[in-house]
Design a binder for this molecule. Sequence first.
Ligand SMILES: *Cc1c(COP(=O)(O)O)cnc(C)c1O
Length: 403
Amino acid sequence: MSTTPTKLEPLAIHGGTPVREKLLPYGRQSLNEEDIQTVVEVLRSDWLTTGPKVAEFEERFSAWVGAKYAVSFSSGTAALHGAAFAAGIGPGDEAVTTPMTFCATANCVLYQGAKPVFADVSADTLNLDPGEVAGKLSPRTKAILAVDYAGHPAELDALRSLAEQNKLLLIEDACHALGADYRGMRVGGIADMTVFSFHPVKHLTTGEGGMVTTNDTALAETMRRFRNHGISSEARQRQESGQWFYEMVLLGFNYRLADIACALGISQLKKLEPNLARRREIAAQYMKAFRNLRAVEVPAVRDGVNPAWHLYPIRLNLESLAVERADVVRALRAENIGVSVHYVPVHRHPYYRDRFAYQGGECPVAEDAYERLISLPMFHAMTPQDVEDVVHALQKVVAHYAK
Ligand SMILES: *Cc1c(COP(=O)(O)O)cnc(C)c1O
């Protein structure tokens, strides 16, 4: 990183020249010709949905993450719903989860008529603090629903022991963490169920899509039924065995992922390794560039963990800045750096505040972090120049606003 800005460099927000001409988004997909051709082939085939590509994608995916089973869903949110259903979460139950996530994590508990209970996060990783989780368990608790924030695995060993001691299931929302390692294992085969998303900003995309991996045969079977109206066999099995008879055995949904999408997933999975490596390289460059910047805290990485870097969330040291986070975000956007904020703590959203009468202050670590968080652009197709632009812009903006 070559640029050493001076305080004199005028900010774009004040009429200066922006660091780049075109907006760099915080995340985006990359598709190549092979991805496109794979999808075109499916469009010409006999099966647009519920065909052979579904099983193939599930098999390859489960092998890649190191789990026995993978069950695909029409989105990460549907996958979370499927996992909550399979966990037996129902009316009157509770699931302990983190506020530092996308609202879908907690919403899946509400879909099942149960209550998400928020436990605070650890200050370094912003992942669930197992001690806080222990304090939130009640006779009603059915599951712990952890998130691998930004792609850094949650404290899975501690959470798994807590779950075992209290006869709960551990569900891991790994929508940020496809490819992350935890103590020598890939995320996906560690928790009772692990949930992934294939939204375009994630590591692998199918447009919309999701997956749950598990080593438990019964959980996998329940989720297969749940995503298919609660029907006990699939159309292709029936067609192949010449059967017309089927039975609906539970109340499910149509949450199936189409063959068109699964074909794209298979093709994208082939590039996951190099894409992950690229994200890790970008994270290392950011770390090096910002480590000694007084106004910026880089994300922590615990021992024994290799994050997947869905996000690169820095925290501002507001004490050393003359402005608020919002001003820094506006200034970076004016430089054409598409920064974002992940996340408004879930219990601070109006729906949750109104429904559960949260006043603020329930999860002080998450709430404090929220005031200071900024997600820098992070996606595998970023060029060296893109990375340099982000570094330049952040250095320029914080130098300008330094106290
Ligand atoms: C993306 C995401 C989801 C939802 O996934 P969709 O595929 O968009 O439905 C859930 N949880 C987390 C943490 C996510 O990042």
